[in-house]
Write a protein that binds this ligand. Structure first.
Ligand code: B1M
Length: 278
C-alpha cells in the first residue's frame, strides 16, 4: 500500500536552522511511522548539507518503504531546499553550497521522474515549458513538467535560459495548447513578458494558454503581463492546466473569461483549505 504523508500543511521549518536532533522534535510528518519521520529529517539534512553522494540511498530507502514520489518531493525535499534558500539569502551559504544542494535535488528527481511519469494514463495535450532567457534555475520547472506529464500532458521541456525566439520555434514545431515560463530571478522575470510580447506579435497568442511561475512570480505579475494563469506551485499549475484543456478548452488565450476562471480555481482552493483547517 503506497504511503502518502500530509504535505499540503504549511510547516514551521525554523528547526532546520539548528540540527537534525532539533528537527526530530518538530511536528512535521507526525502522521508518518517513526522510522519514516526520521528518514524524512535525514533527507532534509542531506539536502541542506549538500551530501549528494548519499541522496539516492535515502530516496531508495523511502521508496522501499512505499513512500510515494510525490510525498518525497512535496515533503522533505521541498523543506530541505527551502532552508538552503534561506541560508543563501542570509549569507550563511554561498554559491558552492547551493550548487551541492541543487545536485542532491537533481539526483533525487532523476530517480523519482520515471515513477511520477508512470502515473500517466491518457494524453490530454502538449505543453511547452522552459526557464526564460538569462535564468539557469530548473529544479521547480522540472517538478512542474513531471507533474504535468503524470497528469496526461506531453511535455516539451526546452530547458533553461530559453530565448523568446526558441519558444516561438518550439510552439511552431509542437503546436502546444499551453506554454509555460518559469523564472526564479527578479532580474529575469521580465523575460516572461518579453516572450509573451513576441508570441503576441507573431500572431500566436489566441491559440495558446500562457502559464507563469517561479519564486518571484505572483498573481499580480501574471495580471500585469497578461498571462492566463499563475502557478504558485506544481499542484496548482497542474490543476489549472487540466482545466484549460478540459472545461475551458474552447476559450482563447488572453480571453478575460479564461483569466477569471483561473482565479476562481485559486479561490476554491483557498476555500477548501480554510474549511479543512477548521
Ligand atoms: Co539561485 N537564487 N541563483 N541558484 N537559488 C534563488 C532563486 C534566490 C531567491 C536565493 C536567495 O537569495 N534567497 C536568489 C534570487 C534573488 C532574486 O532574484 N530576488 C538567487 C540568486 C541571486 C542566484 C544567482 C544570481 C547567484 C549568483 O550568481 N550570485 C545565480 C543566478 C544564475 C542564473 O540563473 N543566471 C543563482 C544560481 C543558483 C544555482 C545554479 C546555484 C542553483 C540552481 C540550480 C538549478 O536549478 N539547476 C540555485 C538555487 C538552487 C537557488 C535556490 C536556493 C533554490 C531554488 C529551487 O530550486 N527551489 C533559490 C532560493 C529560493 O527559491 N528560495 C535561489 C525549489 C523549487 C522546487 O522551487 O523553483 O520556486 P521553485 O519552483 C516551485 C514554484 O515556484 C513553482 O512550482 C515549483 C514546484 O512547486 N514553479 C512554477 C516554478 N516554475 C513554475 C512554472 C510554472 C508554474 C509553477 O508554470 C510555467
Amino acid at each position: 500500500m503506497p504511503l502518502t504523508i500530509e504535505t499540503e500543511k504549511e510547516f514551521d521549518i525554523e528547526d532546520l536552522q539548528y540540527d537534525y536532533e532539533d528537527s526530530l522534535k518538530s511536528d512535521r510528518w507526525l502522521d508518518a511511522p517513526k522510522e519514516i519521520k526520521e528518514l524524512f529529517h535525514e533527507l532534509e539534512w542531506n539536502i541542506i548539507d549538500g551530501e549528494h553522494q548519499d541522496t539516492v540511498e535515502f530516496i531508495k530507502e523511502a521508496l522501499e518503504a512505499e513512500v510515494t514520489a510525490r510525498t518525497l518531493i512535496a515533503g522533505p525535499m521541498a523543506t530541505g531546499i527551502a532552508e538552503v534558500g534561506r541560508r543563501f539569502k542570509m549569507d550563511e551559504y554561498f554559491l558552492p553550497e547551493v550548487m551541492m544542494s541543487a545536485k542532491c535535488m537533481h539526483e533525487a528527481l532523476a530517480l523519482l521522474k520515471p515513477l511520477i511519469i508512470a502515473e500517466k494514463t491518457e494524453d490530454v495535450g502538449t505543453v511547452v515549458i522552459g526557464t526564460v532567457q538569462g535564468d539557469l534555475h530548473d529544479i521547480g520547472k522540472k517538478i512542474v513538467a513531471m507533474m504535468l506529464e503524470a497528469a496526461g500532458f506531453t511535455v516539451v521541456d526546452l530547458g533553461v535560459s530559453v530565448s523568446p525566439e526558441d519558444f516561438i520555434a518550439a510552439i511552431r514545431e509542437h503546436n502546444p495548447k499551453i506554454v509555460g515560463f518559469s523564472a526564479l530571478l527578479t532580474t529575469t522575470m521580465n523575460m516572461q513578458w518579453e516572450t509573451l510580447k513576441l508570441i503576441t506579435a507573431e500572431g500566436l497568442r489566441e491559440e495558446l494558454k500562457i502559464f507563469v511561475g517561479g519564486a518571484p512570480i505572483s498573481q499580480n505579475w501574471c495580471d500585469k503581463i497578461g498571462a492566463d494563469a499563475y502557478g504558485a506551485d506544481a499542484l496548482v499549475a497542474v490543476e489549472k492546466a487540466k482545466a484549460c484543456v478540459g472545461k475551458f478548452d474552447n476559450m482563447k488565450g488572453g480571453e478575460e473569461a479564461l483569466h477569471a476562471a483561473m482565479l476562481e480555481i485559486d479561490r476554491q482552493r483557498e476555500e477548501a483549505k480554510a474549511a479543512a483547517a477548521e
